[in-house]
Design a protein around this ligand. Structure first.
Ligand code: F3S
Length: 395
């Protein structure tokens, strides 16, 4: 089946709308051909990943700079976390050299018209698509959240393909843009109460591990907050590559219900916890806010830290989006957190900041953060509730 292009799309491909647009269209049409798409479709929102200079390096920045010569975004486009808080990086121990390079990356995106607040929860700060809207998002946790909880439609884009969609306003119609590919394939019955974000992360670990890339249909969860669903989205995408799920009575997409059912018990979650808890971990780093913390989470943490003091030798990062940090400043939460000796870090997270060698053990409520702390930074890990993380910071 040949990929049909409109007159405007052909013009983009022929370079009539500039060099960067041509390159972007080449990326999109190549992907379309590989995946058997018949046409391109407009997207209304883009989320770009691969922003930290730590991951991008000079080669990545060179590609971006070329695209920024004449490439400009055509739709609302936001950025994933960078390697540092773009304003308060110095007090978080980030080097001047890294800060300069990171600033160059963000400036390059800004030149293209990308909104340069750096967060993996763009849906909390104004990049919020509606049900049924076609979008092109990178960042696996946000992809999973938007497909499943919001009901928007996106494939799991990479950094270059998301940028290509931003510069053309198009994506190829394949995969999760087609309703027939959004049907549940395996059913899980949850036979235990899930209470905190760490529980939802552990559930994502179990389901991701069992289901791989298949779409799960989950029953037995009576209630879940937005914060718990973002934790689950991050974890199930990390441990299994899942880009979409259904939770009975909670998520909005329609699907047929698979017959084959597997039961998940508290024992399964305990086993998942055991695999994320390293023996003899010496905790010197506590990080909450993966995915980026909501204002509700920050308010609760500020309350827990109010009037207390983080123990010497421990570093605490609460990571969030810049607009959420600004709101936390206005509400006095920032002062309570920082007076206690913890940091409210905007724009960055413990996985993409250059932290290797600075700490030995991470405690977090996020199963995804455990994955990257181990794999990238060689930290030992422990997963606990947010309250337990804060208690550890103060003990
Ligand atoms: Fe977001 Fe970083 Fe976690 S990008 S999902 S806070 S690893």
């Amino acid at each position: 089946m040949k990929l049909e292009l409109t007159k405007e799309e052909n013009e983009m491909l022929e370079g009539k709308q500039g060099k960067a647009t041509r390159k972007a269209m080449e990326i999109i049409t190549t992907l379309g051909e590989i995946y058997g798409a018949e046409k391109l479709i407009p997207v209304s929102s883009v989320q770009i990943a691969g922003v930290s200079y730590h991951n991008l390096g000079e080669a990545g920045l060179e590609f971006l700079s070329e695209m920024a010569e004449d490439g400009r975004t055509r739709v609302l486009t936001t950025l994933n976390p960078a390697g540092m808080d773009m304003e308060e990086w110095k007090k978080h121990g980030i080097s001047e050299d890294f800060a300069l390079d990171q600033q160059r990356v963000v400036d390059t995106f800004e030149k293209m018209g990308v909104i340069t607040t750096c967060t993996c929860t763009p849906y909390l700060i104004g990049n919020l698509p509606h049900y049924g809207e076609h979008i092109a998002w990178a960042e696996s946790s946000a992809v999973c959240f938007s497909n499943s909880v919001i009901g928007a439609l996106t494939n799991r884009e990479g950094g270059p393909s998301a940028l290509a969609s931003a510069l053309t306003g198009r994506t190829a119609e394949y995969g999760l843009h087609l309703p027939e590919n959004r049907i549940a394939e395996v059913k899980y019955e949850i036979d235990t109460d899930l209470t905190e974000t760490d529980d939802f992360g552990l559930l994502g670990h179990v389901i991701g591990g069992r289901t791989g890339r298949m779409i799960p249909y989950i029953t037995g969860i009576r209630h879940a907050t937005m914060e718990q669903l973002k934790s689950f989205s991050a974890s199930v995408a990390t441990y299994g590559g899942v880009a979409m799920f259904h939770i009975e009575g909670i998520t909005p997409n329609r699907t047929t219900i698979p017959e084959r059912t597997e039961v998940i018990t508290r024992e399964d979650l305990n086993k998942a916890r055991a695999t994320l808890d390293d023996e003899m971990a010496i905790i010197d780093f506590i990080s909450v806010g993966c995915p980026h913390a909501s204002i509700k989470e920050i308010a609760e943490i500020a309350q827990m830290l109010d009037g207390k003091q983080v123990t010497e030798g421990k570093t605490v990062w609460i990571t969030t989006a810049k607009p959420t940090k600004d709101l936390a400043i206005k509400m006095g939460y920032y002062d309570k957190i920082e007076r206690a000796g913890a940091f409210l870090v905007a724009d960055a997270c413990c996985a993409v900041a250059p932290l290797e060698g600075r700490f030995t053990g991470l405690m977090t409520d996020s199963a995804k953060a455990c994955f990257y702390a181990r794999g990238k930074n060689k930290f030992k890990t422990e997963i606990r509730t947010v309250a337990e993380c804060i208690k550890e910071a103060l003990s």
